[in-house]
Design a protein around this ligand. Structure first.
Ligand code: 4NP
Length: 180
């Protein structure tokens, strides 16, 4: 299912800033932040794109990633050790171009904090809208927090293929118009 085109940069002279949003900011969005950062670097966009993550809840602010999330990343060669959880607030709309929510509940919570409905409609998306293998009724990254280790592997698999697609779309968006 093709996704809507990415929203344009708010300011073409500044890096394009993406924030991934889940509930606790210790499992899904930090995994996605680390993996999307690596995909963006491989695409040659290290200086043009900034990737952050945050959670709509405040329970884990300042904490490192869940140890199961960190472990699944290490298993695939990534390093999540620098992560510290942050809470999503309306202020993130001042500095970010694209808001990617991990599930429908996160999506609603982020939209509710947008400065206006147009910004929410244009800039807030479900992360899995960019998953090339997602079906129409299957657009959430399942919350692995209360489940077993296998849930973290499933999250990583979804995130890796979605991050590849996002990096490709970011490269197209930021390449600018083709020369005449
Ligand atoms: P996340 O997972 O939203 O993927 O970081 C969760 C982490 C913590 C909680 C819920 C989900 N919690 O209820 O503390």
């Amino acid at each position: 299912m093709p996704s809507e085109p990415l929203p344009p940069p708010r300011d073409p002279d500044l890096p394009y800033r993406v924030v991934l949003v889940c509930l606790g900011n210790i499992c899904r969005s930090p995994i996605a932040q680390v993996v999307l950062r690596a995909a963006v670097e491989r695409a040659g966009l290290a200086r043009q794109v900034g990737i952050d993550s945050s959670g709509t809840g405040d329970w884990h602010v300042g904490h490192p990633m869940d140890r199961r999330a960190a472990a699944v990343l290490v298993g695939r060669g990534y390093d999540g050790s620098e992560h510290r959880a942050q809470q999503f607030t309306a202020r993130w709309f001042d500095e970010h171009d694209l808001f990617l929510a991990m599930d429908q509940s996160n999506y609603r919570d982020v939209c509710a904090l947008a400065p206006d409905p147009e910004t929410a409609r244009e800039r807030v998306r479900l992360f899995r809208a960019f998953d090339p293998r997602a079906g129409e009724g299957d657009l959430e990254v399942p919350d692995p927090y209360y489940g077993g280790d296998e849930g973290f592997g499933q999250v990583l698999a979804i995130v890796e293929r979605t991050a590849e697609q996002l990096a490709e779309e970011l490269a197209e968006l930021l390449a600018g118009p083709a020369p005449q």
